[in-house]
Write a protein that binds this ligand. Structure first.
Ligand SMILES: C[S@@+](CC[C@H](N)C(=O)[O-])C[C@H]1O[C@@H](n2cnc3c(N)ncnc32)[C@H](O)[C@@H]1O
Length: 210
């Protein structure tokens, strides 16, 4: 069994359970912004099937091609891919989504506005979520984060929770764990070998209500 089989199995079982436990709506409208290979979109599609609508957004066309092909093979027509914007704003109406997923989207590197894109993304989640909707954030690389003055600032879950709460979100303690999928698709790690599904980093999904 390859790591891709493990990932597919995760999307069908643990991933689907993970997304189901984030929200109580049975026919949700979902945004997976910066979807990459779409692991969280596929987990959501497996959780809710035809009843849900998922917008899988990425700026990288290759990611969207990958997601489209896999969605067609798996007959998951609840997933629609959308090209993202440079400025991380969403081309969606206010009050559209029941769930917004930002998995491994908050980084501190200079290339992404000195890490400041996360503030735009939090504002956009606030605008596009329905009242009572849920924002699910899976942060990695907390030690690379920058504060609003672009200064390196060692973030903790608590500091990030306080920051997001400052935008009017309510933190909901759920104890949910997500996976850092980056190494599965990275050519560097693929060439190096030795990456197993079990060895992938796990992290806490921070859940917020609007
Ligand atoms: C670290 S990956 C995370 C992928 C996925 N969410 C996951 O957890 O596996 C970051 C993704 O954000 C995408 N991205 C970067 N800038 C973006 C933008 N402005 N709008 C939409 N997607 C963007 C990248 O192409 C990449 O697929």
């Amino acid at each position: 069994m390859s790591i891709f089989d493990d990932v597919n199995n995760w999307e069908k079982k643990e991933g689907a359970e993970l997304i189901s436990s984030m929200i109580s709506v049975s026919d949700p409208v979902i945004l997976d912004y910066g979807c990459g290979a779409g692991n969280y979109s596929f987990a959501a599609a497996n959780a809710f099937g035809k009843k849900c609508k998922i917008s899988a957004v990425d700026i990288n066309k290759q990611c969207l091609d990958y997601v489209n092909e896999k969605a067609a093979n798996e007959k998951l027509d609840c997933i629609t891919t959308v090209v993202g914007r440079e400025d991380y704003k969403h081309d969606f109406e206010d009050n559209t989504f029941d769930l917004v997923i930002y998995a491994d989207m908050f980084h501190g590197e200079e290339k992404t506005y000195g890490g400041l894109h996360r503030f735009v993304m939090i504002e956009e989640a606030k605008r596009t979520l329905k009242k009572g909707g849920v924002l699910a954030v899976l942060p990695f690389h907390l030690s690379n984060f920058r504060d609003k003055d672009k200064e390196k600032a060692k973030y903790t879950y608590k500091k990030l929770i306080d920051e997001i709460s400052g935008y009017g979100f309510t933190y909901i303690e759920k104890n949910l764990e997500g996976i850092h999928f980056e190494k599965v698709y990275s050519p560097y790690y693929q060439q190096k070998g030795g990456v197993t599904f079990e060895s992938l980093e796990r992290g806490k999904f921070l859940i917020f209500g609007k």
